[in-house]
Write a protein that binds this ligand. Structure first.
Ligand code: ARG
Length: 463
């Protein structure tokens, strides 16, 4: 006889129930209950397939499918009693189904195992997340496109080494992030296409002797096809790692932009005003308005990278096929997904609300000798000077302006001619920041016309 306290699902060979510590380390229900909807969808598809193949009767399958809907509604209504003794979502659902429909519930697990079940549930969950991230990325890109369109010809300094380099347009800077998030979007879509194979029916590891129809369950769950190797199907978690990898890269992009917003909103830069909706005050310094949302976005990348590294470490030494180590996959992915979604939404809100301080941007764009390259190019183009020599002459002009404590356009023509006698007044045209950006019409350059073309291209792509 089985001891009453042993597990009702697998207690047949056990004489006693688990130690409390064993139960605590073993149970996953506290977190895998988030996959309840996926678990029930998988079980309903499995039950329908068992009936279609004659493995169980139509009436048993109908009772299972109906009962599973009741379980789902109980969970959704918050009425379901989750039990740690029942370990995980799979056994919690099945035990409740038995309460509701009795004996037929015992046939649901025919031709499957928790190993293919959890792999299926988790794929469905990750797939839903990829779709949610897809939507959130598109929303963020639309917010950036609106900023780019509004400010296609606002000038601002472009930086290298965080030192003023050349003037660029606000729109161009916004569109740089559209390119990054566009690649993130394509990574999400690649991952989704690659992961969309169904593990269900791989059973514990070797497949099953029952005449199951894996194409039927795969199709019912929206997968493109069943996984072709049962060992791989139950032991692969690279779909979750791809999600975390794509999430990490996306979070890194978010973090770089967040860092720029922190810098730009500072009293030293004053490039942007962030909205009150996405800022906080200080409890002691009344004048403060802090860019907390940006800072938190910048920090989120740490835990998302961390989740990626943690799951890589969990998986790296596991022999085929399933090992319980894999139960540690979910919390990492759940946490990364929640935080990525939060970061994307917060960034979208900040971008929609932020106001560029165009006067400050323009003043900063012209400082720091930012049109020195335009001057060198003018010497090449108009005076036919070799670029190296033009670089040298421009350097001398910059040194002169620096000594005088002014910017390049503030040097008089005679001061310029002291450095090189052939310079004419026409040079002043290229020293203005608007002329500078307007001249950079090479494909992908910062000219407003280029920016508008890129905005139009992305609008069409996003539809
Ligand atoms: N809770 C388990 C997990 O998340 C389900 C699979 C259990 N399989 C097993 N053979 N013990 O991985």
């Amino acid at each position: 006889m089985t001891d009453k306290t042993s597990n009702q699902m697998w207690g047949g060979r056990f004489a006693a129930g688990p130690d409390a510590i064993m139960e605590a380390i073993n149970a996953s229900i506290s977190f895998d209950k988030r996959m309840a909807a996926q678990d029930i969808a998988g079980s309903r598809a499995h039950a329908a397939m068992l009936a279609a193949t004659g493995i169980v009767s139509d009436s048993d399958a109908a009772a299972m499918r109906e009962g599973l809907l009741t379980v789902l509604s109980e969970i959704e209504a918050g009425k379901f009693q989750f039990s740690t003794a029942l370990e995980d979502i799979h056994m919690n659902v099945e035990a409740r189904l038995k309460d509701l429909i009795g004996a037929p519930a015992g046939r649901l697990h025919t031709g499957r195992s928790r190993n293919d079940q959890v792999a299926t549930d988790f794929r469905l969950w990750v797939r839903d997340q990829l779709d949610a991230v897809d939507q959130a990325l598109q929303a963020l890109m639309r917010a950036l496109l609106a900023q780019a369109e509004a400010g296609a010809d606002w000038v601002m300094p472009g930086f290298t080494h965080l030192q003023t380099a050349q003037p660029v347009t606000w729109g161009h800077h916004m569109m740089a992030y559209v390119e990054m998030f566009g690649r993130d979007l394509s990574r999400v879509r690649d991952a989704r296409a690659r992961m969309n194979e169904c593990p269900l029916g791989a059973a514990a590891l070797a497949g099953t002797s029952f005449p199951i129809d894996r194409d039927m369950t795969a199709k019912a769950l929206g997968f493109d096809r069943p996984c072709a190797n049962s060992l791989d199907a139950v032991s692969d978690r690279d779909f979750a790692l791809e999600f975390l990898g794509a999430a990490s890269i996306c979070a890194m992009h978010l973090s770089r932009f967040a860092e720029e917003l922190v810098i730009w909103s500072s009293a030293q830069f004053r490039f942007v005003a962030l909205s009150d909706r996405f800022s906080t005050g200080s409890s002691i310094m009344p004048q403060k308005k802090n860019p907390d949302a940006a800072e938190l976005i910048r920090a989120k990348v740490g835990r998302i990278f961390g989740a990626n590294v943690a799951l890589m470490m969990v998986m790296k030494g596991l022999p085929l096929a399933y090992s319980k180590d894999m139960q540690e996959d979910k919390e990492q992915v759940f946490d990364a997904a929640d935080n990525l979604m939060l970061a994307l939404a917060a960034m979208e809100g900040m971008v929609r609300d932020m106001a560029a301080r165009t006067d400050n941007l323009e003043a900063a764009a012209g400082s720091g000798f930012s049109t020195a390259t335009d001057l060198a190019d003018w010497l090449v183009r108009v005076l036919d000077m070799p670029f190296r020599e033009a670089h040298h002459v421009t350097g001398a002009l910059v040194a002169k302006a620096e000594a005088k404590g002014c910017d390049l356009p503030d040097l008089s023509l005679s001061e310029m001619q002291e450095v090189h006698g052939e310079i004419t007044a026409a040079v002043y045209d290229v020293l203005g920041v608007h002329n500078s950006v307007a001249s950079r019409v090479s494909y992908g350059g910062t000219a407003p016309a280029q920016v508008r073309a890129q905005v139009a291209r992305w609008k069409e792509r996003l539809g």
